[in-house]
Write a protein that binds this ligand. Structure first.
Ligand SMILES: Cc1cc2nc3c(=O)[nH]c(=O)nc-3n(C[C@H](O)[C@H](O)[C@H](O)COP(=O)(O)O)c2cc1C
Length: 142
């Protein structure tokens, strides 16, 4: 049994693109060592992130993320045990919607492909539906 958390948050105005990229580089290394997978979407100064892995490891990371002062208004969208990891190939996939229209369209295409190609078991899971619904809402405003 795994554990999944999805939250949304707002980036601090001074959390620059360069710093976000560096944070993610370190996050990926940490996640890989701890068997954590997931994805993060950045759009309109908002983050939506899913983290999944063993329960203790995920609760530990989520406590750190909630206390991280580079973002605020961290709101839990779902937090529950799950049978499967949705992002098992990714130590933290990043979909950035803060670039040019062309780059944003590319990120949108990649995400939509992911949502379409998920296997049918995943597609009906509460975690998948929560992620999809909230991500679509977030990126529909750009
Ligand atoms: C939006 C956001 C997402 C983050 N995602 C991760 C993550 O997936 N993995 C990770 O190790 N740290 C992530 N962090 C960084 C953690 O909050 C924390 O800085 C990191 O785990 C290092 O903590 P430590 O030095 O106290 O061990 C994220 C931070 C922010 C603001």
């Amino acid at each position: 049994m795994y554990y999944s958390v999805i939250y949304r948050s707002s980036a601090e105005p001074n959390f620059s693109q360069k710093e976000i990229n560096y944070m993610l580089l370190k996050a990926k290394q940490h996640n890989k060592m701890q068997g954590i997978t997931g994805c993060i979407i950045y759009s309109n100064n908002q983050f939506i992130q899913i983290i999944e892995g063993n329960k203790d490891v995920i609760l530990d990371l989520y406590t750190k993320i909630k206390a991280d002062d580079r973002h605020f208004d961290v709101t839990t969208l779902i937090e529950e045990p799950s049978k499967e990891m949705l992002w098992d190939d990714w130590s933290m996939a990043f979909y950035d919607f803060s670039g040019t229209a062309e780059q944003n369209n590319y990120s949108r295409m990649l995400l939509e492909t992911y949502f379409e190609n998920a296997n049918s078991k995943n597609k009906s899971s509460e975690v998948f539906l929560t992620l999809k619904k909230n991500v679509i809402k977030l990126i529909s405003t750009i």
